[in-house]
Design a protein around this ligand. Structure first.
Ligand SMILES: [Zn+2]
Length: 315
């Protein structure tokens, strides 16, 4: 599903309404074009997306350039706040139920032993070294101390996580920074690798997948995300390179409570008056993305989006 069809992202103003109404443009699949949606309902004006909105038509007429959140237009700051409160509640509810990727995995050493890629002796020595150092992953010690090939370690990690090992050719880090806040690349080790066919995003990790981040990026970008592992040394070089690039502007907020988060998020939406905005949860953060203008293709323009990442105290 295209995340932001051009029509859907256009600000709901009179001209848009007229043009698309006159042209009889069909709503894009999955998300109705706001202007035709208004026409379909037979009203002259946008309908506020807040189900509890009590504004009269004159107010709706006056505020027709108001911000859009999750495909719906909000007629007032109060309605924006109501809708953000619902969205924050929805995202935080999901947190309680989600078993975040903690399931039993065959230890890496056993995978490699089973495949015949290492010997018992190599495994025992690498485990000893890891124990003595009190740091470093087993794969690191197998490569560093036992001379095991890094490629084999990555292949074994791929078996362990049942995921592909992704190549890292033609990595256009600069073009891909528009997809996620720098924080996610830095703190969660998620590396956007490539967009294929305009609808599939390959997301690389070094030694473990992060399904929570992958799902968040998928929901936010509208691209299907395929996660995989990248050979350690290649990953680290590309990761470092990507962090030197420019990312969309981001505001980081530490909210003490759910109410404080709602307040900060809705204030930000009201201030930016985006043509579209969305909220998703990523671990203990809420990620709000605002599009200041319609997205030209599968990748947003870096200057056309702005992010807000809000952490909500201890839970
Ligand atoms: Zn309203």
């Amino acid at each position: 599903m295209p995340i932001l069809s051009r029509g859907a992202a256009e600000p709901p103003d009179w001209d848009t309404f007229k043009v698309s109404f006159d042209a009889g443009k069909a709503p894009e699949a999955g998300r109705p074009v706001p202007s035709t949606e208004a026409a379909r309902r037979g009203g002259l004006f946008q309908t506020c997306a807040n189900p509890a909105c009590g504004s009269g038509w004159l107010h709706l007429w006056r505020s027709r350039s108001a911000p859009v959140f999750e495909g719906g237009w909000n007629c007032s700051a109060g309605c924006t706040a109501s809708r953000l409160a619902l969205a924050v509640g929805r995202e935080l509810d999901g947190r309680a139920g989600a078993q975040e990727g903690h399931r039993h995995r065959v230890p890496l050493g056993l995978v490699m032993l089973e495949q015949g890629w290492i010997t018992n002796g190599q495994l025992r020595q690498a485990l000893d070294a890891q124990k003595q150092a009190g740091a470093g992953r087993l794969g690191h010690w197998l490569v560093r101390q036992q001379g095991v090939s890094e490629q084999l370690v990555t292949r074994a990690l791929g078996l362990q996580w049942s995921c592909p090992v992704l190549p890292l050719e033609f990595h256009d880090a600069e073009a891909l920074t528009a997809l996620v806040p720098r924080l996610f690349v830095d703190a969660f080790g998620a590396l956007p690798l490539r967009v294929a066919a305009g609808r599939l995003l390959y997301l690389g990790f070094e030694d473990r997948l992060d399904p929570v981040v992958a799902l968040a990026v998928e929901r936010m970008s509208g691209l299907r995300v395929e996660s995989g592992l990248v050979r350690g040394s290649l990953f680290r070089a590309a990761h470092t390179r990507m962090l030197t690039q420019s990312f969309p502007p981001v505001e980081l907020i530490d909210a003490g409570s759910e109410a404080a988060a709602v307040h900060a998020l809705s204030r930000s939406v009201e201030r930016a008056r985006p043509v579209e905005s969305r909220l998703v949860r990523v671990h203990d953060c809420l990620w709000l993305r605002m599009w200041r203008r319609p997205q030209p293709g599968p990748l947003p323009e870096r200057a056309g989006v702005q992010d807000l990442v809000c952490s909500i105290g201890a839970h």
